[in-house]
Design a binder for this molecule. Structure first.
Ligand code: NI
Length: 173
């Protein structure tokens, strides 16, 4: 496994549409392994292949809502959203836009259909942050960034105020 360089906003690779994965070979497995390692080392919750310069439809997402509280990496190859419901509006960021967050509205619950690293199709549901990450990463595969969905990048003060309000709400619940 190896860390890969994460492309930054402005790189034209990030605005291109990715092609489907057709070969479920060692090269794909290495890509997915490297993407997981790169995401974890950057403290991200998702990473899409175009962010490491590969224009193929593959993403990794960190699932944090497991019953045991353990995190696990989900690999989605050729993913598509087949169902979505609910709504959440929260600060969202991206490893390609370090340190920047904007308020983005996403579905609160999504079901994706995807292939695993060996080409087997499966369906998976995500809620909350995981649903958000599924949507965000799949957007990358079509050349879209979260910055297209928020009206501005939050200032440090706005972000602090948002989290302070969240803490206050949690405290009074
Ligand atoms: Ni991103």
């Amino acid at each position: 496994m190896a860390l890969r360089n994460i492309l930054k906003e402005g790189d034209e690779t990030l605005s291109r549409r990715c092609r489907p994965v057709t070969d479920f070979n060692k090269r794909l497995h290495e890509l997915l392994d490297d993407m997981a390692e790169t995401m974890l080392s950057a403290n991200g919750v998702g990473l899409a292949a175009p962010q490491v310069g590969v224009l193929r439809r593959a993403v990794v997402v960190l699932e944090t809502n497991t019953p045991e509280g353990e995190e696990c990496v989900i690999e989605l190859v050729n993913p598509e959203i087949v169902e979505s419901s609910g709504e959440q509006t929260e600060p969202e960021g991206c490893l390609s836009v370090p340190g920047a967050y904007g308020m983005v509205t996403r579905p609160d619950h999504v079901k994706v259909r995807a292939q695993d690293r060996n080409g087997e199709w499966f369906e998976l549901e995500g809620v909350g942050l995981t649903a958000r990450a599924f949507c965000h990463e799949i957007d990358h595969l079509d050349g879209h960034m979260f910055t297209e969905l928020c009206d501005h990048i939050l200032s440090e003060e706005e972000l602090e105020a948002y989290y302070a309000e969240q803490r206050q709400q949690e405290g009074t619940e």
